[in-house]
Design a protein around this ligand. Structure first.
Ligand SMILES: Cc1cc2nc3c(=O)[nH]c(=O)nc-3n(C[C@H](O)[C@H](O)[C@H](O)COP(=O)(O)OP(=O)(O)OC[C@H]3O[C@@H](n4cnc5c(N)ncnc54)[C@H](O)[C@@H]3O)c2cc1C
Length: 595
């Protein structure tokens, strides 16, 4: 079973749920009417399925190779595929035309990125991080830096990385030690060791632009003394071409549980030449541009792996013959029925569909707000869209990767013992998706960001807007008989989310451990409510199509899967609410040495 890009679903979300044609007078969208977008999505599907998917297992088995001269070779076929990626202009889809990009909205780029990640997550990380580096320089670089680096990053001719983590410093970036010493010519000499740097060294691009967090000599301790630097592997010469080798070296690769085709590097910066991005000690603020984009990209990895794993599981379930249906043989001529007849197998397949389809809609819906925040002429629309981006980013990252892992685990379970072997792809999806819960800030840290920072920002303006938007939807569609279960389910989830939010406000401030103890359950309650909203939106469109006489089962199936979500997944909201309200007392009661 090879990956089948979900072209129809992507087009449905962009055309019917988000109706992107309504934004035809905004920059980017103007060049992307739905008929053009549909073609891009079709082509994305072809490229990812034909070029990247066949290399997924190859990359997993072979991994990357490190050599003593500090070079790294990617798995067989990656280099040629990367050349095709660049040749096809794929990395430039969402980049600014001023820097050689195609200037399409991010939400369209997201469609390509999901397919890329489903087809080959390890490969997709190389252009993914490059795009992140592009965005950070676009946000904080000088005009000269933009002119020099952005066209090369936008095209994929040069790669990009983010260098944050150090051996003693992961979540707590305030502990960072890499140092930067100012030079007379305005550059800096960067020294220190960074670990687990994705794409830190490889043979895909002619140069690699590292974005490095470091502390300028004499800067304050903690996060307030961190600056951001551009440290290219080869220093650009006077014509902007790769020149002298810079003092940044890959000293080895990490052996990992998954994403073997992506080089995870130990990077030694030895008086490497770097240039400050933005102002001194403001590095984290700019790096957050890259990290926020990467967080959405990681949430997307959760759904992308889930999609690929689900497809493999569904194919297996239709093929594998074991046992008889509880309601009588469905394959009487054969020795047994295919396992898809068994309700318990259906449970796992339906759980997966219900999460993937609404999760994907949630991703696209949020990314669309990113575009509106960027380019809408109305200040109020921009503000609300920006609020949503900030509020939803930790939910997308944390909830969708937690659920993505569950889908991958269920896909493996459906394969039975075959899933645990390496003859089937289920094991790779399960291993690859696991990192998405950890990097770009662990899911626990996303939950803390949500309850500690995002909820309270601007007096809770973002979450209040979200509640008001749901209320408006409920008021507008509550009377429709078909939509009633969706509207009632959504309303009930929102009430629980409001209840949880209020509890946090009352109990989190008095005792911060209460907020910490509640955070993951709150994030799940939020994710469940957001997906209930997405299912209500999907149901509205599907029902409208059916009422207009459309007999395509695609729409009827959406209503079934959405109702399944309401019956079998959304009830978890009550459990998360009860858990979050139980507070931190028992969780923190035992002394540390009792563990
Ligand atoms: C394959 C791979 C690729 C990576 N790629 C990159 C990259 O390209 N660039 C880069 O800079 N880094 C990269 N990383 C590093 C990654 O971002 C970190 O691993 C991650 O941020 C967590 O840091 P840590 O591993 O040090 O865990 P720690 O910070 O030590 O955390 C350990 C545990 O404690 C919890 N914890 C920590 N602090 C708190 C707190 N305050 N409250 C509650 N819980 C807490 C965490 O949730 C976690 O469960 C990569 C890592 C891997 C494995």
């Amino acid at each position: 079973m090879t990956y089948q890009p979900p072209v129809r679903d992507h087009i449905f979300i962009l055309a019917d749920i988000l109706n992107i044609d309504q934004y035809g007078d905004l920059p980017g969208f103007a060049d992307a009417p739905m008929d053009v977008v549909s073609q891009i999505i079709e082509e994305s599907g072809k490229f990812t399925a034909e070029v990247l998917a066949p290399l997924n297992a190859v990359g997993d088995k072979e991994g990357c190779h490190w050599f003593p001269d500090h070079t790294v070779a990617t798995p067989k076929g990656f280099k040629e595929a990367y050349a095709q990626l660049v040749e096809g202009g794929w990395p430039a889809l969402g980049a600014e035309p001023a820097y050689g990009g195609q200037g399409l909205p991010h939400v369209i780029n997201l469609s390509f990125t999901e397919m890329c990640s489903s087809a080959n997550m390890a490969f997709g990380m190389y252009p993914g991080l490059t795009h992140g580096a592009y965005s950070a320089i676009l946000a904080g670089g000088t005009q000269d830096q933009k002119d020099l680096y952005l066209p090369k990053l936008a095209s994929g001719q040069w790669g990009g990385t983010m260098n944050l983590t150090e051996p003693h410093c992961g979540t707590d970036l305030g502990l960072l030690r890499t140092k930067a010493v100012p030079q007379a010519d305005g550059s800096y000499k960067i020294s220190g060791t960074k670990i687990w740097i994705s794409g830190g060294e490889h043979d895909l691009a002619e140069n690699i632009v590292h974005l490095v967090l470091a502390r300028i000599e004499g800067a304050p301790e903690g996060v307030r003394g961190i600056s951001l630097f551009i440290v290219p592997k080869f220093l650009p010469d006077s014509e902007g071409k790769p020149g002298a080798r810079n003092g940044v070296y890959c000293d080895g690769l990490e052996e990992k549980m998954g994403i073997h085709g992506n080089a995870t590097c130990v990077m030694r910066h030895e008086e490497a030449t770097g240039w400050l991005v933005g102002t001194e000690n403001q590095g984290l603020r700019i790096m957050f541009v890259m990290m926020n984009e990467a967080r959405i990209g990681v949430g997307l990895q959760g759904i992308a792996q889930a999609e690929a794993a689900y497809q493999a599981a569904a194919a297996f379930a239709k093929d594998r013959l074991q046992g008889r249906s509880l309601t009588g043989p469905k394959n009487p001529e054969g020795p047994a029925d295919p396992i898809i007849v068994h309700p318990d197998v259906r449970r796992m397949l339906m759980d997966s569909r219900a999460i993937i389809e609404a999760g994907r809609t949630f991703l696209f819906w949020t990314a669309m707000h990113g575009d509106l925040a960027h380019s809408h002429p109305d200040e109020a629309v921009r503000q609300k869209a920006g609020d949503y981006m900030a509020l939803m980013t930790p939910v997308l990252k944390g909830y969708l990767t937690d659920r993505g892992l569950k889908v991958c685990s269920d896909a493996l379970q459906i394969h039975g013992g075959s899933g645990f072997t390496e003859h089937f792809p289920a094991s790779q999806y399960m291993r690859d998706v696991r990192i998405s819960l950890i990097y770009e800030g662990t899911n626990g840290v996303q939950a803390l960001d949500l309850v500690g920072r995002k909820l309270a920002a601007d007096g809770g303006r973002a979450v209040m807007s979200f509640f008001a938007e749901i209320d408006a939807f409920v008021a507008a569609h509550g009377e429709d008989l078909i939509l009633k279960p969706f509207v009632e389910g959504l309303d009930a989830a929102k009430v629980q989310l409001q209840d949880g939010t209020m509890w946090l406000m009352q109990n989190g401030l008095a005792n911060p451990d209460n907020a910490g103890a509640a955070s993951t359950d709150y994030m799940h309650l939020f994710g469940l409510t957001a997906l209930a909203y997405m299912w209500a939106k999907i149901a509205l469109v599907a029902q409208t199509k059916i009422a207009a006489g459309d007999t395509d089962p695609f729409f009827a199936n959406k209503l079934v899967i959405g109702r399944y979500y309401l019956q079998r997944i959304l009830p978890d909201a009550a459990s998360h609410l009860a858990k979050l309200k139980s507070g931190s007392e028992l969780m923190m009661a035992l002394p540390a040495d009792a563990f």
